[in-house]
Design a protein around this ligand. Structure first.
Ligand SMILES: [Mn+2]
Length: 246
């Protein structure tokens, strides 16, 4: 089923869309999201990082993949760096390192097929980390695993400073600032970016055009939030999406 899906998922405006940040083994948050937004009129987009850090990685991943398999039109799991162990290893990785070799190989083989991004025609792009340096959204479909564009999508961070260019930082975790955000959103025709990956990032960055979500207690009792984009709505900034605590 994942083989048949493009790397860029296209969302539909006639559904409410719910964006879910890193769950990191928080099964309770994952169950709550799927129970609350189970109406056939809602689409749910998990932004990646379902495993590691929290106590119930395997159960969380299985719950999300079960929902995707049951209704792939309505439920999407995007690739985070923690799903991409089979592409680029990292540490700590308690989920992956606790698997038997055949389980590890099977999980890596499935998860390397996950989509990279989801596009909503209101001008909202959802992905795990940072925007890649591409000339159009369509180019996301041909991004190769392990390439610099893939690294930006799954590992990229944002900082509020104007001039931070990932090329000057260690290639494993590129970091970008406001100038690169403006340049890449313009190239891609993106008004608002919805992403996760950085629990310490401000919720809103870059004149409220970059929203960072986190939906896990893996780092303590910080709130677990999802973002709601109503059906058929116009979006100017990320403030047009409503935050809901789960
Ligand atoms: Mn991440």
């Amino acid at each position: 089923m994942l083989l048949a899906r493009p790397r860029l998922v296209r969302l539909r405006t006639e559904r409410e869309t719910v964006f879910v940040g890193d769950t990191h083994g928080d099964l309770e948050a994952t169950r709550e999201v799927l129970a609350r937004y189970s109406a056939p009129t809602a689409a749910v987009v998990f932004l990646g990082d379902t495993v590691d850090r929290g106590p119930q990685s395997a159960e969380t991943l299985a719950r999300v993949l079960t929902a995707v398999a049951a209704d792939p039109e309505r439920t999407t799991l995007l690739m985070g760096n923690h799903e991409a162990w089979g592409v680029a290893k990292f540490s700590p990785a308690d989920f992956w390192e606790g698997l038997a070799p055949d389980e590890e190989a099977a999980a890596a083989r499935v998860l390397r097929r996950l989509p990279f991004a989801a596009w909503h025609p209101a001008g909202v792009l959802a992905l795990h980390g940072a925007l890649p340096n591409l000339s159009s959204l369509e180019d996301i479909d041909s991004v190769e695993l392990g390439s610099p564009a893939w690294r930006d999508i799954t590992w990229g961070d944002w900082r509020s400073a104007e001039r931070i260019d990932g090329r000057a930082h260690p290639a494993s975790r590129p970091v970008y600032g406001a100038a690169v955000f403006r340049e890449r959103t313009q190239h891609l025709g993106v008004r608002v970016l919805v992403r996760s990956h950085q629990p310490d990032a401000p919720t809103y960055l870059f004149e409220d055009r970059c929203l960072t979500l986190f939906t896990s207690r893996a780092y303590g009792d910080g709130g677990r939030y999802v973002a709601l984009l109503p059906r058929n709505s116009d979006v100017e900034t990320a403030r047009d999406l409503a935050l809901a605590e789960v």
